[in-house]
Design a protein around this ligand. Structure first.
Ligand SMILES: C[S@@+](CC[C@H](N)C(=O)[O-])C[C@H]1O[C@@H](n2cnc3c(N)ncnc32)[C@H](O)[C@@H]1O
Length: 401
């Protein structure tokens, strides 16, 4: 998309075309007909931009809910943007820190999701991005939420910014290239070290990173937070300076509008290694990434069947947001034949497979096991893992509470 095409959408005629596109069928099937109908009323470039924007908004609803309908995106900007739940969680922490006084300098602001959510939480700010179209989109988003008086976006290179005068720095580097996702923090755009250096010159800071960030990459004195949203790990954040209050690592789970945090035990102990019990607990990915499996095991009075694999087992059923509980019906040394017999015996008709520490093609195994589920109706989960070198399958179901 050219910047002029995007800016045309913000004119009165552009807004009218956007409204008309939003009220039309933009599904693949109807797109050509919708476009030709709209072209009889608006210039072709405007129709193209409006339809593109409406389709991006539809995709964005998964991240931003109903707010997506008034936001603006580029395909890449949407892909890289922080989802609403996470952006709101982080914004609240900045709002508490600044207390309504002091602005945040955002390096690599993208289409402005974090910038908007902080401004909506009352935090002043300036976002900087090197891409002019992305900056135009971020500015339109600030205006769409009526917070353009509190925050603004401008074109610039993150590495040239001086944090002097700002209360805090937030940075969200690019972690995707044309070749796909980037895992090495030195290959982020800009590299993590450079952003940490700029952020460390402000009274406080936060840098968003990939959840796979090695723990050694977290600087001394910083707090690393791994965040999952509705059970899926989304990102990690490294909090610095005045915002690095709390433990060195934390798992934050955002679930159904609630926030649950798990911190390291001040006197950590290694979870006991024990035989499989009546229950199996699968820790949330943020708990695993934050190396807090021992803490989660303690919450359910459990241990590990294999000390290297993050499946917790226990004899008691405990309610905690940090793990998903399963009741274990059978523990079977792995064999397709024995597994099929167990599925038939338990009348399983709806099968879910999970694995950890077990090399298997789950799609293929699912196909192989399907005949054994043909006459069953119960829901069952087969957990494939190993204890030492022995592969094992646990036939489980959601516990009855
Ligand atoms: C992950 S996105 C930011 C997403 C943003 N937090 C949001 O929620 O919308 C990263 C952005 O960094 C920008 N970027 C990469 N290198 C940059 C640099 N050296 N200076 C400024 N911006 C840069 C890219 O243009 C991209 O928009």
């Amino acid at each position: 998309m050219e910047i002029a095409d995007f800016e045309a959408l913000l004119t009165p005629a552009g807004r009218e075309a956007l409204d008309a596109a939003a009220a039309s069928d933009v599904s693949e099937r109807a797109l050509l007909a919708t476009a030709s109908r709209l072209r009889s009323r608006y210039p072709a470039e405007l129709v193209g931009a409006a339809l593109g924007q409406v389709r991006l908004r539809a995709r964005a609803a998964a991240k931003f809910g109903p707010d997506a309908a008034r936001m603006y995106f580029t395909p890449q900007g949407l892909e890289q943007s922080t989802r609403a739940s996470v952006a709101a969680h982080r914004a609240a922490r900045f709002a508490e820190f600044t207390g309504g006084a002091g602005a945040v300098l955002e390096l690599c602001c993208g289409v402005g999701a974090d910038l908007v959510f902080r401004a909506r939480a009352g935090v002043e700010g300036t976002g900087v991005d090197r891409d002019p179209l992305t900056v135009a989109v971020a500015s339109a988003n600030l205006a769409a939420f009526g917070v353009d008086g509190l925050a603004r976006a401008r074109v610039g290179d993150a590495l040239d910014q001086d944090p002097a005068g700002f209360a805090a720095v937030f940075a969200d580097p690019g972690r995707r290239t044309a070749r796909g996702r980037v895992f090495d923090p030195r290959a982020y755009e800009p590299p993590l070290d450079a952003l940490l250096e700029i952020a460390s010159r402000a009274p406080a800071g936060c840098v968003k990173v990939a959840p796979g960030i090695p723990h050694e990459a977290v600087p001394e004195g910083a707090c690393a937070e791994w965040i999952s949203d509705e059970g899926e790990v989304k990102e990690a954040a490294i909090w610095l300076g005045g915002l690095a209050r709390g433990p060195a690592r934390r798992a934050t789970l955002l679930r159904g509008g609630l926030t649950h945090t798990l911190d390291p035990d001040p006197a950590p102990s290694t979870p006991p290694v024990r035989p499989w019990g009546r229950y199996l607990y699968e820790p949330d990915g943020a708990v695993i990434r934050a190396h807090l499996v021992g803490e989660a095991a303690a919450l359910v009075e459990g241990g590990l069947a294999d000390p290297r694999i993050a499946y917790i087992t226990s004899d008691v059923l405990k309610e905690t947001p940090f793990t998903a509980a399963y009741e274990v019906h059978e523990v079977i040394p792995f064999s397709v034949k024995r597994l099929k017999a167990a599925l038939r015996a338990h009348g399983v008709g709806v099968l879910t497979l999970k694995k950890r520490g077990f090399a298997a093609d789950l799609d293929r195994l699912h196909r192989d096991l399907r005949p054994a589920c043909a006459s069953g109706s119960a829901a069952g989960t087969v957990v494939l893992t190993r204890v030492g070198d022995s592969p094992v399958a646990l036939l489980c179901a959601k516990p009855k509470r």
